[in-house]
Write a protein that binds this ligand. Sequence first.
Ligand SMILES: [Zn+2]
Length: 271
Amino acid sequence: MELRKIPMLSSEMIKNMEDMNFFVYSQIFDDLLIIAQKETNCFVWKTSDGLVVFDAIWPDKAVYDAIINAIQSVGWNPDNINKLVLTHGHCDHTGCGRWFVEKHGAKTYLSRIDDIFWKEHPTKPNLPDTWKDFDINCYIQDGDTITCRNKDIYVYGTPGHTPGCLSYIFPVTENGTKHMAALFGGATPPLGTADGVKQFLTSLEYFRQKAKEKHVDVGLCNHTVFDNGIERISYSAKRLAYMPNIYIIGNDGFEKYCDMFQALAEAKLLK
Ligand SMILES: [Zn+2]
C-alpha cells in the first residue's frame, strides 16, 4: 500500500481527542447517525426497540449535549435511547456514557475483560475525571448477538488494541435498501510489545473473514483520522439526492479498508 495513502498518526491527534470545541454530525443512513469531535466519533442506530449508541467519545457533558442535539436535529427522540454499546475500555470511547445511564437508563454493553481493564488501567491516569464512572450491565463476548427487536448486532472479539476489544457488524438501510456495516473496534495496534501487534493482526484477519461471511459493504470507524471522517461527515450532511453514499464501499472496499489497518500494524512490527 502506498505510504501517502496511510493515515499519519501524530501526538497532535492524541491531543485533539480532548478538544471539545466543535462537533459535526450527519445522518449517513436511514437508521444511522454519526457524531464526531476532531478525532473521535460515535454512532446512533435507530431500531424498533429504541436508539442504540455505539461508543460515547470523551467524558465531557459537551459530548453528551452534542449527541442529544444531533439526535434531535434529525428528528429522532433522545428519550428512546436505551442501549450504549462500547467497543473497548478507553476513555475516548467510554466517554460520556454515564449521562446515558443517569438520564436515559441506558443498558450498557462491554466485554468483561475490558470492564476490568478500564478500571485498572485508566487511559489518562493523571486525569481522574476520565476514570471509570459507570457500570456495565451486560458483559458480551465473541459470538454473541444483541437483539434489538427488528435488527441484530453481531459481536466479535478482536483483542489487540485493548485485551477485550470488541467489533460489531449490524444492518443499516439506504432508502430502504439493506446494507451490512462493520465497526472495527480498536483502530490502532497497541503500543509496546510485538506480541500485542501480532494479536491485533490475528483479530483483524478474523474480523475480515467474518465481514466477508456477513457480506459487509459499509466500513465504519470510531476515529476520524482513518476515514477522513470530518470531511466525509461534512459531505454527507450536504449530500444531494443524486450523490453517492460514500460509506457504501462494497466488499472489495472493505477489504482495502482492512488492508490499511494491516499496513499500519505491519509498519509497527518493522520498527
Ligand atoms: Zn482505544
